[in-house]
Design a protein around this ligand. Structure first.
Ligand code: V0D
Length: 255
């Protein structure tokens, strides 16, 4: 059964219909939300206005993914490298989880969304951590879309921490080297319990992974768009999913 989803793709030649099959929706979509600063600069606005509008796009993407039947949505909100930005900008960014949850948590709960966070929360300001912990606690039994924020996250550090902890277990005699398998590593990464992303989206024209989920995206379909993150809406998600469905996924083997 093919459901025809009509979506405006911003093409000069008019509306372009996108075909989405309900049988092959990516279970896990991960997004590198790039281009907030560039979006603001292109409009002569301060960078923080870009981040503010980026937050609105997080809401749109969440609703669109939920409506489409995506089960897991991971958003790269703050990398371990982002601490190098000017202090004022970092301070502003750290208020966004508080603001986002104050505005949206009730609706997320109503929609049965489960909020998760992956990354080193210890280094975050108390107000940021508190808002996130509260959202995670209040939604932990929800059974709908899992909205997973990667915050103070870096893939190499995640792998480093995982290897160190396995080394410690070997030294303590509770783990043997033969027991180290892909499945064990999966379970001990910060994304433990989530399936690997089926589809990775990056906005704003850059075609890099930038230390995002390096282990987990081994077989993911990658989709890049030139649009800036604050412009992202459901038509872009539909476009990405339609392309995902067009590609054959072979896992390096036969179809
Ligand atoms: C700025 C674009 C939502 C990327 C989106 C602290 C950069 C807007 C959150 C958020 C950020 C995080 C956790 C949570 C609820 C919401 C967020 C940051 C940046 C980094 F539980 N948007 N958002 N967090 N931006």
């Amino acid at each position: 059964m093919i459901k025809r989803v009509q979506a405006w793709l911003g093409r000069k030649d008019g509306q372009q219909p996108v075909e989405i099959s309900p049988d092959n929706i990516p279970r896990h979509v991960a997004i590198i939300m790039d281009g907030n600063g560039r979006w603001a600069k292109s409009r002569g606005l301060p960078r923080i206005v870009g981040h503010q509008n980026g937050m609105k796009a997080v809401k749109r993407a969440t609703i669109a993914a939920n409506d489409l039947g995506v089960e897991f949505l991971t958003m790269y909100a703050f990398s371990t490298e982002n601490w190098k930005r000017p202090k004022d900008e970092v301070d502003f960014l750290m208020k966004l989880p508080v603001e986002f949850l104050a505005l949206e948590l009730d609706e997320l709960i109503e929609k049965n969304v489960q909020v998760r966070v992956m990354g080193d929360a210890d280094a975050l300001p108390a107000h940021t951590r508190k808002a996130m912990e509260e959202a995670v606690a209040r939604t932990q039994d929800n059974t709908g879309l899992v909205l997973n924020f990667a915050l103070n996250y870096g893939a190499r550090k995640e792998i480093e921490d995982c290897m160190r902890s396995m080394g410690e277990d070997i030294r303590a005699g509770v783990l043997s080297p033969e027991e180290i398998t892909s499945e064990l590593i999966d379970s001990r990464l910060l994304s433990g319990g989530l399936p690997d992303p089926d589809l990775l989206i990056r906005t704003s024209g850059e075609m890099r992974l930038s230390n995002f989920m390096l282990w987990q995206v081994a077989y993911s379909e990658l989709w890049f768009t030139d649009i800036y993150w604050p412009e992202f809406d459901k038509t872009h998600l539909l476009q990405a999913v339609a392309e995902y469905q067009r590609r054959s996924r072979r896992y390096g083997g036969l179809k």
